[in-house]
Write a new protein. Structure first.
Length: 290
């Protein structure tokens, strides 16, 4: 289903791109940020945006490239804006804006990004900001940072957002239209409506299987459910799940966690890998825990 959805959406966007004749056709509304927990283990408090500084210079960048960086290979040309933001505002728990892409004559990089956006190869955005207040709260036993009084600096088009809900709004509309059309066709034919995912999947598995457009749609329809699924996907695996994997496949932080919480499991895994467990040291104190 998702493959056909994306193919239909891509064709529609390519037709729109081919018929574009002015700068007015290069506008896309996006969700810049949501109140959900992001990949950094933080969330932005609802309605806490300070837009005054940004509205004086509403630049849209690519991948937060604001300054040249010889080490990262970022040139001066890479830091030129690829567009500007209009109608920047807070809608419920979301920060939204309309991105207007620069033309090929104004910035060739903007044209590349715009075509990738129109073709469905890029869909996401991210924000550069400074939080003036940071608090911490426990969510399902995990401590997360709650950022508030956030001063917006810039908006960027990115390949992979840290906020899974920060995507183009137009994708959500296409998703709804496609789902409605398929449901209507299924009803006329007497067939069952297509399912998004098998019901046997866990919340974590379902979240990982969904493309960003579907995650954004779920956030819009049921933010509590979306947050619960996202937390399930982001939660650290249990010791039992880690113990089922070879020692060589575990990351250092996972190995340290097993050593600290279940040293007997660490010894068994290391023995199976032919490692002398007595040589493992964890922590800055040099304490041997395995």
């Amino acid at each position: 289903m998702w493959g056909k959805l994306m193919a239909d959406s891509k064709r529609a966007r390519l037709v729109a791109l081919a018929t574009a004749s002015s700068g007015n056709d290069r506008r896309v509304e996006v969700v810049c940020s949501t109140a959900g927990v992001n990949d950094h283990g933080a969330r932005i408090a609802s309605g806490s945006w300070d837009l005054e500084r940004y509205l004086l210079n509403p630049v849209v960048l690519y991948a937060h490239a604001a300054r040249p960086d010889a080490f990262a290979g970022v040139t001066v040309a890479d830091t030129l804006p690829i567009g500007r933001a209009e109608n920047v505002r807070v809608v419920g728990d979301e920060l939204r804006a309309v991105i207007v892409f620069a033309t090929a004559e104004e910035n060739p990089m903007a044209e590349k990004v715009y075509r990738l956006f129109a073709g469905g190869f890029l869909n996401a955005v991210s924000v550069g900001f400074v939080p003036r207040t940071v608090q911490f709260e426990l969510v399902d036993g995990c401590e997360i940072a709650v950022l508030s009084d956030c001063e917006l600096y810039e908006i960027s088009i990115v390949p992979l957002p840290s906020d899974a809900g920060a995507v183009a709004v137009r994708n959500g509309a296409e998703l709804r239209a496609y789902a409605a059309a398929n449901g209507a066709r299924a009803a006329r034919s007497g067939a069952a409506a297509p399912k998004v995912a098998p019901p046997a999947m866990s919340d974590a598995e379902l979240w990982r299987s969904l493309p960003n457009v579907a995650r954004a749609e779920l956030y819009a329809a049921n933010p509590e459910r979306a947050d619960a699924m996202r937390r399930a996907a982001a939660a650290p695996p249990s010791i039992e799940a880690l113990a089922a994997r070879p020692w060589a496949s575990l990351r250092n932080m996972e190995r340290h966690r097993i050593c600290l919480e279940r040293p007997e499991v660490a010894r068994r895994l290391m023995a199976a890998a032919g490692i002398n467990w007595s040589g493992v040291v964890v922590g800055t104190t040099g304490r041997r825990v395995c």
